[in-house]
Structure formats: C-alpha cells, structure tokens
Design a protein around this ligand. Structure first.
Ligand code: PLP
Length: 438
C-alpha cells in the first residue's frame, strides 16, 4: 500500500483516499493485474482510464519499442520525418472513417484535442475566416485537461472551476442523455431537441465566430451513453449550414472499443477531424493523434504548432504493433460479440430495485442506478463507490461515472471472464441495496 509518506502526487485522488492507503499495481498479464501483495484483480476497465485494448503484458509491443529505440529513439517533428510516424499515419488513414486522410501525432488525448481544435482554427484562418474562435461542446462532455480541451469540458465539479478562467470561446449544448433527458422529454417524441437546439445556440453566438463542434460518439460523462441514431446526422446538417467543422473525439471509442474500429461507423456521418489516443497504443507508451480530411488540410499553408515529442518514432512503433495485434486477433469482432454477451449479463441485473438502465456499445457498457425506477431519481455517488469498493475486495476492478457503473475491459475478454464477474456484481449490488435499505 502507498500511504502519504511517499513523494508521488496522484491525479484526482483525495488526501483522505491516500491516507487510507493506495493499491500499488506491480504486474499485468492478459485481463488481470496484480498488486504488491500478489493479490489478483480482473481489470474490467482496461487500466481504469480504459486504454489497454490488447490486454497487459504483450512482449511483441515491448520488442517493437526496444527495436525502435535501438534504431532511432528521437528526431524532431519539424522539417524532418521518421519512418514509424509515416507508416502509422498511412495505417490510420486506411482504417479511420472517410474522409480522414492526414494525421499528426501528439502525446495523449488532451493534446490530440488541442491539435484538432487548432486544425479547425487554421482551416478557417486560411480561408480568410479569421474570427471563428468559438467551439461548441456539450454539457457532460470530457475532452481532456489542456487549455482548449478544458474550454470544452462540460463537467460541473471542481475540475472545470479550479482551472478557470480558461481560453474564451467555449459554448455548451445539451447532451443526448435520454435516460435523464435535460429537457425532461422522452425519445422519440422529443424530436431530438438536444440536436435541433444547436441551431439556436449558433444563431445566438454568431455563426461567423464558431469554428467547430466537438463531441464523443459515445459519451463518457453519464456512463457510456450512446445517442439516438438521429442525433449526429442532425448535428452534421446544422454544422454544414453554418460552415462549422465537426470534430469527433474518438479518444476512448477508437480501435475497437465499441465493436467497430471507430465509433463514427455507428453515427452515419462523415467527420472533418477525428481525435485518437488510448487504444492507439493500448497505453503501452503515450501517444495521441488528430486526423483530418484533405478538405481541412489543403488550405493550411503551415501548421503554427510544434511539440518536441510530436510524431515520436518510439510511440509510433508501438502503435503499429498494437494495431497489428488488434487486426490479427480480430479484437474488434470480439468486442462486438463479447459486448453483446456482457450486456445480456448486465440485463439480468435489472431485477434489482436500484438498476435503472443497462446499456452498451461493444465493450463499453454501463449500469445506470436510481433510487426510484419510476422517477429515475438520482443515486448517491457514495453508494456507487461502495459497490466499486466491494467489487475490488472480491478481486474485480470497476469504476463509476456519473450515476453509473462503467465497464470497458480489454478487448480480449472471454465469456468465462464475464460469467465469473456477473454473479459477483449481482452480489455487490445486493449487499449495497441491503445497506441502503432499498
Ligand atoms: C473523449 C476524450 N477526449 C480526450 C481525453 C483526454 O485524453 P488524455 O487523458 O489521454 O489526455 C479523454 C480522456 O479520457 C477522453 O475521454
């Protein structure tokens, strides 16, 4: 256990949690990780921030990284190129949805989002549209922690407030969270008001000042929420009317998480810009990327941007090997198949009085909780965290998001793993409901 006598600062972890002791993970193997006392956990959120698509402990990625370091560990992304970056950009141009065709590499998802927003701004600038600086995001959105991304951070808690003031120009639309609709409407009678309202927002903010709309295909904030099928085509139509670019943020969804290589394939739209990270290297080394269409790239004379570690050859070598594994082992198909199986298992838990909605897209799934199924009343986060703690005690790592439990296991998960977990989750929910008197 790590306590407050070490020198390490943890991200988003309270002093109380640290005083109570922090589990130190020392080893990973397939879908499992082990702590320093040798206790084994099934990792049902792929390293908790969900990058580890190919599972833990892949020696071939280590070998690819080793070979690249021996060959060329580093060279600038500015006025020089390196082979792994060229090759990975080619692979991504091939597997990302049309019309994404040009790729730049950064260190993580937050930087990918920054670059995406800069690409949008450059595109407009070089067209002579120099006043377009605003970006529309959605309440409940998460797009990372850097300057421009924080501007698009639709969360309410301290994360946003502490970092304010952020770069000006952040505008927020409502999210397509039908289980607790922000307008109090019901789908489909709502006529997708959350998408149609975008036009009012654009008119109010000034169409000639808006550069881009950014959104996650499946949204993290409420627990793996996928929008109704009409949502994105309506957004696309409105954005086209006003010359606003669409950035699809695939940082979590990309590389098979939702049962397709990219979740955009579920959306029935073509993006202008697309962000990637996490599953791009399965978290083995840091890497993020922003891709854009030729339409966006061609007017840009030169990108006013330089990161020392942009287009990093070692990270790109890891990305190439990782994608090779995803394709060779058909992990995208497994995500679709095991996602359905997992969702069936979660549906069996709807018998519980506190389980409001179960949902999933591929291997990104959630159980949304409530204290009243009729009114969909909020469920206390402290009780959700108790369920997470109970599961950990029994050897399963899961997480909560919004009022939901969220599952995003490595894409190698098997039926046996799922069969092992569902009865344990059932028991954890029952124990917590008993403690709450539900
Ligand atoms: C949709 C989305 N965009 C951007 C980010 C930021 O990525 P990173 O944490 O790698 O900076 C995240 C992180 O979870 C994310 O979910």
């Amino acid at each position: 256990m790590m306590k407050d006598d070490t020198h390490l600062i943890l991200h988003r972890t309270s002093q109380t949690e640290i005083r109570n002791g922090i589990t130190v993970i020392v080893k990973g193997e397939g879908i499992n990780v082990f702590d320093q006392d040798g206790k084994k956990f099934m990792d049902l959120d792929s390293g908790v921030t969900r990058p580890v698509h190919v599972g833990h402990g892949r020696e071939e990625i280590a070998k690819a990284v080793y070979d690249q370091i021996c060959n060329l560990a580093y060279f600038t992304p500015c006025q020089f190129a390196n082979k792994p970056a060229i090759d990975l950009a080619g692979i991504l141009a091939e597997i990302t949805p049309d019309p994404i065709n040009k790729i730049m590499f950064e260190c993580d998802g937050s930087e990918a989002v920054e670059s995406a927003m800069k690409l949008a701004k450059h595109y407009h600038y070089y067209q002579g549209d120099k006043s377009r600086f605003k970006v529309i995001s959605r309440k409940g959105a998460y797009h990372g922690v850097n300057g421009m991304g924080v501007r698009a951070l639709g969360t309410v808690m301290p994360m946003r407030q502490i970092m304010e003031p952020v770069a000006p120009g952040g505008i927020f639309a409502e999210s397509p969270y039908c289980y607790r609709c922000p307008y109090g409407l019901n789908y489909p009678d709502c006529e997708i008001k959350c998408a149609r309202d975008l036009e009012n927002i654009i008119e109010f903010e000034g169409p000639d000042q808006i550069s881009a709309f950014i959104g996650e295909p499946v949204q993290q904030g409420f627990g793996a929420y996928h929008p109704p099928k009409e949502y994105w085509p309506i957004v696309r139509e409105i954005c086209d009317k006003y010359g606003i670019l669409i950035i699809v943020d695939e940082v979590i969804c990309g590389f098979g998480r939702t049962g397709k290589m990219f979740a955009t394939e579920h959306l029935n739209i073509k993006p202008d810009i697309l962000t990637m990270a996490k599953g791009l290297t399965s978290g083995y080394v840091p890497l993020g990327a922003a891709g854009c269409s030729d339409k966006v790239y061609e007017p840009i004379e030169a990108l006013a941007h330089l990161h020392t570690y942009g287009n990093h050859p070692v990270s790109c070598a890891a990305g190439i090997k990782n994608i090779e594994i995803i394709q060779r082992e058909k992990l995208v198909d497994n995500s679709a198949e095991m996602g359905n199986y997992f969702l069936d298992g979660l549906r069996s838990l709807e018998k519980h009085p506190s389980v409001g909605e179960t949902r999933g897209t591929g291997l990104w799934l959630a159980v949304d909780f409530t204290t009243n199924k009729e009114t969909r009343a909020p469920f206390p986060v402290s009780n959700l965290m108790n369920i997470v703690a109970r599961a950990k005690e029994k050897g399963f790592i899961i997480k909560c998001m919004g009022m939901a439990l969220e599952f995003a296991p490595p894409l190698i998960i098997t039926k046996e793993n799922i069969n092992q977990f569902i009865p344990v989750l059932d028991e954890c929910i029952r124990e917590e409901e008993n403690a709450m008197g539900l």
